[in-house]
Design a protein. Structure first.
Length: 299
C-alpha cells in the first residue's frame, strides 16, 4: 500500500484523537504545539522534565515517566535523540495494543530492528522521517515520510497530517529512513556546491545577494535532471535523452579547477565528484551523462 501524493488534513468536526508524545526538544515541541492547536488532547514526557514546560503551559498533560505516558494513550509518538534513546525510554513501558510511531532520526536497519522489537512487545509500528526543520511544522511544505504498518498509517492518518503532510512509502519499516537519508544526502551535495560557489566569488566585487538570486533559479533548473536520471536507471539505457554528455562535461572540468586555483579556493568539495566523472569516461561511457556514476558508487 503506497500513498504517492503528499496529503494533509483540515480540521474536522467531532472528537479529536488523544495521543502521547515522547520527547519535547525543538522538533517535539513544534509537533506538540500543532496537535494542541488542533484540539488533540496530548500527554507528553521528556527525560529532562523542565523541557516539557512550554507544552504544559499550552494544555498538555505531563507524565512522570515514559511508561506512564505510554499508558495514557493508544497512539504513541516518539521524537527522541536516537534509536538507543527510544529503546531506553520504552524499556519499562507496556506496549501491548499500542500504536508506536517513531519519528526519531535513524538508519533503515535501526527502523527494521525497532519494528521487530515493537511487534514482539505487542505494538503496531510505523517509522517516520521528518522532512522539515521545527519552524516549518504546521506550515505548507513540511512533510513526513512514513513506512511500516499500513493499517496503523491509515487509521491515524488524519491526526498524523496535522503538523505536516504525510507520504506513505511502503510496508518495509526501513523505507522512510532510507528515503530520509537519501534526500538529506542530495541536500548536502547541493550545500557543497553552494559553498564552493560562494567561496569563488567571496572577496570580489560581487553583490552576494544578487549572486544568490542568480544561483537559486539555476540550481532549481538543474535539479530537474533527477527525473531523467530516474528514467535512465529504470530502463537500463544510460544514453537515451542525454543532453550534456560525460565526455563534454569532463572536458570542461579543467576550467572549474583552474578558476578555483586563480581564486585561491580549495577544490576539495568538487574533486571527488570530478574524479568519478573522469573514471567513468575512461571506462568508455562518454555518451552517458553523470547518471552512470550511480552504478560506480554501488560497486
Amino acid at each position: 500500500m503506497t500513498d504517492t501524493s503528499l496529503s494533509s488534513s483540515p480540521l474536522s468536526a467531532g472528537p479529536r484523537t488523544s495521543l502521547t508524545l515522547l520527547g519535547t526538544g525543538a522538533m517535539g515541541t513544534a509537533l506538540g504545539r500543532a496537535w494542541l492547536a488542533a484540539g488533540h488532547p496530548l500527554t507528553v514526557w521528556n527525560r529532562t522534565p523542565g523541557r516539557a514546560g512550554a507544552l504544559a503551559a499550552e494544555g498538555a498533560a505531563v507524565a512522570g515517566s515514559a511508561a506512564e505516558a505510554v499508558a495514557a494513550n493508544r497512539l504513541v509518538v516518539a521524537c527522541l535523540l536516537d534509536d538507543a534513546s527510544v529503546g531506553e525510554a520504552l524499556k519499562d513501558a507496556d506496549l501491548t495494543g499500542r500504536d508506536l510511531v517513531n519519528l526519531t532520526t535513524g538508519t533503515p536497519g535501526e527502523a527494521r530492528a525497532r519494528a521487530a522489537w515493537a511487534t514482539k512487545r505487542g505494538a503496531r509500528f510505523l517509522d517516520g522521517g521528518i522532512m522539515a526543520v521545527p519552524p516549518m511544522i504546521g506550515a505548507p511544505g513540511a512533510y513526513v515520510l512514513y513506512s511500516g504498518d499500513g493499517g496503523l498509517f491509515e487509521e491515524h492518518r488524519e491526526v498524523l497530517a496535522v503538523p505536516a503532510g504525510t507520504e506513505y512509502v511502503g510496508a518495509d519499516p526501513g523505507l522512510a529512513a532510507l528515503h530520509d537519508v537519501a534526500l538529506l544526502s542530495g541536500m548536502y551535495g547541493m550545500f557543497a556546491g553552494i559553498t564552493h560557489a560562494f567561496a569563488l566569488v567571496r572577496g570580489e566585487d560581487v553583490d552576494l545577494k544578487a549572486f544568490a538570486a542568480l544561483l537559486v533559479p539555476w540550481l532549481n533548473a538543474m535539479s530537474g535532471m533527477a527525473h531523467g536520471a530516474a528514467e535512465r536507471l529504470e530502463s537500463g539505457d544510460l544514453t537515451t535523452g542525454v543532453v550534456s554528455s560525460l565526455a563534454m562535461q569532463v572536458a570542461g572540468t579543467g576550467t572549474l579547477l583552474r578558476t578555483a586555483g586563480e581564486q585561491g579556493v580549495s577544490a576539495e568539495l568538487l574533486t571527488p565528484f570530478l574524479e568519478l566523472m573522469r573514471r567513468r569516461l575512461a571506462d568508455g561511457h562518454g555518451e552517458e551523462d553523470t547518471t552512470g556514476l550511480v552504478e560506480m558508487l554501488r560497486g
